[in-house]
Design a protein around this ligand. Structure first.
Ligand code: ADP
Length: 379
């Protein structure tokens, strides 16, 4: 098979992309992104950063294609792989996008209003640009399908579950990558009880048994569980009732919970962990204290879901790069056999444990999971 695969990860104001040689294990040629869609759009490709005119996703994709053209050297794009956040209750793996599936996925937009419409805008733009390529969707929810029912439901009247109000779980592409990496390099461990902490701007933890998700801190939406850059994490639903009674409407509450909370809301300074770690503001330190407290607590919860823990993996921007957060989160967890070796933790080591339970730092690669799924669909 000679040709290329393009991966697209379309968010509200950015499109991340990757270009791969189509092969069973796709080889990455390059990756980049357009950000600031609709405002001050920039294209980032390797070391090159330049302003582009991109008022919407179609224009963003056109800018990407223009930038990629010299790199294609005439080779055809055989497949385009898309990150799609929500696949609903039944989809448990990647799917080739058909008109009927796109319609079904559009119908799920109300379940992920801040992500799904943008993901599908990327799909539509790619269909127009590459009408002959196979278009594949890889879903953030798919890895969590098959959860035990107790981990899949809320204690609401059952009709709500039937109507789709259930715990879906997210960050599945990242967990899929980590499960594959463990299986390839540490297979004995991969067969056991593994907790993966994906700590990026969004954050969640996944409890895996034998490489399958059996629990997640994220639920119906990408708000639950860990506090994040701008999202609140776990919240008593009574708070929302209180805010409604105070006169806030759904739109204002949505903005509050998705964009103004988390590290940004608590610190009043920044959503960015690096900025908070570098700050001497009391509020920045307290935001980090809360983050670490919740991380420790969620690791404990995932260990209870699994009935013990055979390994812990840190990934995502914070998980991969912050020795301080890793060390502080585990400092109270030696009763689970989790402890950090300060020297290994401070270097870029893959294994950082000092206790009986292996602790890994593994960079995630969601784009590669999309590229693999797309390559498999070309066979
Ligand atoms: P996204 O979820 O948008 O893909 P990332 O996985 O890149 O985001 O994670 C972004 C987060 O990682 C930010 O809070 C950033 O501050 C944090 N981060 C990146 N590098 C470091 C570092 N060296 N130390 C602490 N935090 C870091």
């Amino acid at each position: 098979m000679s040709g290329l695969i393009l991966t697209l990860n379309a968010g509200s104001s950015s499109i991340k992309f990757g270009l791969y040689d189509a092969a069973p294990e796709p080889e990455e040629r390059l990756r980049g992104q357009v950000d600031g869609l609709g405002t001050a759009a920039r294209l980032i490709l390797g070391d090159e950063v330049r302003d582009v005119a991109a008022p919407d996703h179609a224009a963003g994709l056109a800018a990407i294609l223009a930038a990629l053209d010299p790199h294609l050297a005439g080779a055809p794009i055989l497949g385009v792989g898309h990150r799609v956040v929500h696949g609903g209750a039944d989809i448990d793996g990647p799917r080739v996008l058909t008109p009927a599936l796109i319609e079904t996925l559009s119908g799920l937009a109300s379940l992920a209003p801040l992500h799904q419409p943008h993901n599908l805008a990327g799909v539509r733009a790619a269909l127009a640009a590459f009408p002959d390529a196979v278009q594949v969707a890889a879903f953030d929810t798919a890895f969590h399908r098959g959860h035990p029912w107790v981990n899949d439901t809320f204690a609401l009247p059952r009709r709500f579950y039937e109507a789709g109000v259930r715990r879906y779980g997210f960050h599945g592409l990242s967990y899929d990558y980590i499960a594959g990496r463990l299986a390839a390099d540490f297979n004995d461990i991969a067969q056991g009880r593994v907790i993966v902490a994906h700590l990026g701007n969004g954050a969640s933890l996944c409890a895996m048994r034998a490489g399958r998700s059996v629990g997640s801190t994220m639920g119906f939406s990408a708000l639950d569980g860990m506090p994040m850059g701008t999202r609140c994490g776990q919240l008593d639903p009574g708070v929302i009732l209180h805010l409604l009674a105070q006169g806030m409407d759904a739109e204002a509450i949505t903005t509050l919970l998705y964009r103004e909370s988390g590290l940004k809301g608590l610190s009043g300074l920044s959503h960015d962990m690096r900025t908070l770690l570098a700050s001497d503001m009391k509020e920045a330190a307290e935001a980090i204290d809360y983050y670490v407290f919740r991380l420790t607590r969620e690791i404990g919860a995932m260990a209870a879901v699994l009935g013990g823990v055979d390994a812990l993996v840190f990934t995502g921007g914070i998980g991969e790069n912050s020795p301080e957060i890793r060390a502080r989160a585990l400092s109270g967890l030696d009763f689970l056999g989790l402890a950090v070796d300060p020297d290994a933790n401070g270097s870029s080591a893959t294994r950082i444990d000092a206790g009986p339970v292996p602790v890994f730092v593994l960079p995630t690669d969601e784009e590669r999971v999309i590229a693999r799924a797309t390559s498999a669909a070309l066979d």
